[in-house]
Design a protein around this ligand. Structure first.
Ligand code: ADP
Ligand code: MG
Length: 771
């Protein structure tokens, strides 16, 4: 669309006359300009001072132009635009007798002199006849505005005075329309022409019966075009409205010399046209935001038909005689002003929702038929496009489960519905898994809302929660304070068992979605994950002065995997002290307890051993004393009673009795020593385990407190530990305390939660480190 098309187009049509003022009216060589020259009249002194030359540049000058050329120049483009959805307005302006009606309607007597309206109708119906894709309907209305009254020239009641229904100009979101104006559907060109003639006839009848002067009324012949696409899915409806307006004569009131009724009419005409002129000036001014369309019926009716979204064309009809030069100038000025109005025509498209649904349903049926045909051609006769049945859904569910178990390598894609159902089943499994993990956490640990102060206080009282409100005890309250440690960050031989267990868990992890029990599979067994305080509660709780901590030291920071991290974590000995005081306090306490028990056992063992040695010595001494007694008795001669029993003296008897007691004492001390040895061995084992656990947990805590974000990222990287179908990481984040600060303050607070959550989520966590 070029720049010229963005303005209202204006043409001038000169009525042919024998008295054409050749000296006064000159046309430019390109037929787009018209110059008016008025000779200075010596007799009229006043006129002498006035401007005498005018030049008007328009879109075309129609001089001695046939009706056909007039149509082609003025209306053809506008009408073809109307057929694709643009609104259009053609307006004839000029003094009475200048040829407005001739231009618009034409001479009814001769076919070749027919005007713009019959030719426009013809173009529309020719287009309909050619149209293949669209279903076009045409409707027509014919409105007359006379003395600010609306007349329906096609209404059956028009002949009987003003009609029964009072007509009114109504604004609505879709545009302006005249309420009560009859709109007539027409399916043939002749029908439309008949309506035009009928309107013209009604106008003439009214002229006589109502004593109207037809030159003083405005007539608006409107063609409504509605075009629907014949393609199924395209339910767009294109609408356009073409106003063909034969305005009342624009001659000045002073010139008519009218009086009485005629004067009233002339005043109305001028008023109405001067409002039109005001509107035209306002529309041409881009700074004007209010356009007073409602000032007159004519301007109100034409509200959405002048410029704007509407293709607009003006024809200024002028008489060529010198006599009418003032009116000619006036009409040319109006035409020039019209050209200032900008237009931005848009296609009027609407979509009827019901129609859309109907069309889409039709298209679905058609497409299904097409698909069925296509499937038959490629031997895919089993494919259907209907919603899946319960049996089909169950089959898909089973396939998804098999796929996750590894029983099948892939799921064959059948159709879109099946693919969608596969995704749905995956989603269900993931949700189920999330719930099960959470339920498991809840069943094992009392998860306390951090903001629930009452619950925290109660838990603290019960010793379930530490002062930082994070530690969760087992619900039975018997075994709490130790956390899961399926793997250690430090590789050593002792970890073989747990690694094996983790690997097993990893395998099981792929099918852990199946049931709650299998979800639990990655969880380390009780014996692996906890050191129940009950086990440590051995018979004797001898407290030792030994702090039992000096022999437990974490690895040096230099060897820590996080040594290359940008943050500066505290040194490990410092961190270790912090760890023992805070989240590692429980395991540290157990370690201390075990250690003190071990020491007590060892002490007791050495006491017993010493005692045994003492007894042994005593027994040796008594043995020697008895031997001496025997020697003495044998040398002195032995005494025997009447039954032949040897008689010994009291001293020897006492020695023998003591020897007996010592033997007994020796036996029991020896037994105790044996027991103590076994206990010491057991306690030593516990202490070793505790020591390892303490160090291992510290290492994990240290890594997670100061270094874990990178570690977690590592697990999340492609090829990392997290596989599709496992717990979403955000879920883990929710459960754990990932949001700890890097400085370690409060880092331990959610340690157990995090670790447990991580253990559940990544049962093989840490394996990479041990490999
Ligand atoms: P208006 O409607 O402007 O009052 P009309 O269209 O009734 O004027 O024209 C007045 C007369 O002039 C009519 O008889 C009409 O046939 C004739 N006339 C107007 N314009 C032309 C033209 N371009 N060629 C031939 N006759 C014309
Ligand atoms: Mg006329």
């Amino acid at each position: 669309m070029d720049a010229a098309e963005k303005k209202v187009r204006a043409f001038v049509r000169v009525k042919p006359t024998a008295d054409f003022a050749q000296d006064m009216i000159k046309f430019g060589p390109d037929n787009k300009s018209i110059d008016i020259y008025i000779k200075k009249d010596a007799r009229k002194g006043v006129v002498n001072n006035r401007q005498t030359d005018w030049s008007f540049r328009l879109d075309g000058v129609l001089h001695n132009a046939s009706q056909e050329l007039a149509y082609e120049t003025v209306a053809q483009k506008l009408m073809s635009d109307a057929l694709v959805g643009y609104n259009g307005t053609i307006m004839c302006y000029g003094q009475t007798g200048a040829g407005k009606t001739y231009t618009m309607t034409g001479a009814t007597a001769e076919y070749k002199h027919r005007g713009l309206i019959p030719r426009a109708i013809q173009q529309v119906f020719k287009a309909i006849a050619r149209s293949v894709d669209s279903f076009i309907t045409v409707r027509i209305s014919y409105l007359e505005i006379y003395n600010e009254t609306l007349f329906d020239l096609l209404s059956p009641t028009t002949s009987s005075a003003t009609g029964d229904v009072p007509m009114a100009v109504v604004d609505c979101p879709r545009g302006v329309y005249v309420k009560g104006l009859s709109v007539h559907p027409v399916s043939h060109e002749e029908d439309a022409l008949n309506l035009l003639f009928e309107g013209e006839t009604n106008r003439v009848i009214a002229e006589h019966s109502l004593n109207k002067n037809s030159s003083r009324s405005h007539c608006i012949f409107t063609i409504y075009i509605e075009s629907r696409c014949r393609v199924f899915s395209d339910v767009r409806c294109i609408n356009s409205k073409i106003n063909l307006i034969d305005l009342a004569g624009s001659e000045r009131l002073s010139k008519t010399g009218s009086e009485g009724q005629v004067l009233k009419e002339a005043t109305y005409i001028n008023k109405s046209l001067s409002f039109l002129e005001q509107i035209v000036i306002a529309l041409a001014d881009p700074k004007r935001d209010h356009i007073p369309f409602r000032q007159s019926k004519l301007t109100h009716v034409l509200k959405d038909s002048l410029g704007g979204k509407c293709n607009t064309v003006l024809v200024a009809n002028i008489c060529g005689e010198a006599l009418h030069v003032e009116e000619t100038l006036s009409s040319l000025r109006f035409a020039t002003r019209m050209k200032w109005i900008t237009t931005e025509p848009v296609i009027n498209v609407t979509c009827d929702p019901e129609e859309t649904v109907r069309a889409l349903e039709k298209e679905i049926i058609l497409l299904k038929q097409e698909l069925a045909m296509h499937n038959n051609l490629v031997n895919r006769s089993l494919v259907t496009y209907d919603p899946l049945t319960d049996v089909q859904i169950a089959e898909i569910k089973s396939q998804v489960h098999k796929y996750l178990q590894g029983a099948i390598d892939e799921i064959d894609i059948m159709n879109i519905r099946q693919v969608q159902e596969v995704f749905k089943q995956f989603k269900l499994i993931v949700r189920q898994q999330e719930h099960e993990v959470e339920a498991r956490l809840r069943s094992k640990y009392a998860l306390i809302d951090k903001n629930d102060f009452a619950a925290i206080a109660a838990a603290q009282k019960a010793g379930v929660v530490d002062v930082d409100r994070h530690l969760m005890g087992k619900k039975d309250g018997q075994e709490f304070g130790t956390r899961t440690t399926p793997v250690s960050p430090k590789p050593d031989g002792k970890k073989k068992k747990s690694r094996k267990s983790s690997e097993q868990s990893k395998k099981e992890g792929t099918r852990s979605y199946l049931s709650g029990r299998e979800v639990a599979a990655p969880l380390p067994s009780k014996s692996q994950v906890t050191i129940p305080t009950r086990d440590l509660d051995v018979k004797e709780r001898a407290r030792s002065e030994d702090t039992a901590n000096t022999d437990v030291q974490p690895s040096k920071p230099a060897s820590a995997e996080g040594s290359q991290r940008p943050s500066s974590p505290p040194s490990k000995p410092v961190a270790f002290e912090q760890f023992k005081e805070e989240c590692g306090s429980e395991i540290s306490r157990i370690f201390k307890e075990n250690k003190s028990i071990l020491l007590a056992r060892k002490k007791r063992s050495s006491t017993v051993a010493r005692r045994i040695n003492f007894i042994k010595q005593e027994m040796e001494d008594i043995k020697k004393a008895l031997e001496a007694q025997r020697q003495e008795r044998w040398q002195q001669g032995e005494y025997v009673d009447e039954k032949g029993h040897l008689i010994i003296d009291e001293n020897e008897f006492l020695l023998i009795m003591k020897m007996k007691d010592l033997k007994e004492e020796y036996r029991s001390a020896y037994a105790e020593l044996q027991d103590l040895k076994a206990e010491i061995q057991y306690c030593q084992h516990l202490v070793d385990r505790c020591r390892n656990k303490l160090v291992a947990e510290f290492e994990i805590w240290y890594s997670e407190s100061f270094l874990i974000p990178a570690y977690a990222q590592k697990a999340l990287k492609p090829g990392g530990n997290i596989r599709p179908g496992m717990i979403p990481i955000n879920r883990v984040m929710c459960l754990g305390g990932w949001q700890r600060n890097a400085g370690g303050q409060g880092a331990e607070s959610s340690y157990l939660e995090t670790h447990l959550a991580l253990t559940l989520a990544f049962p093989w966590r840490g394996q990479n480190r041990t490999r």
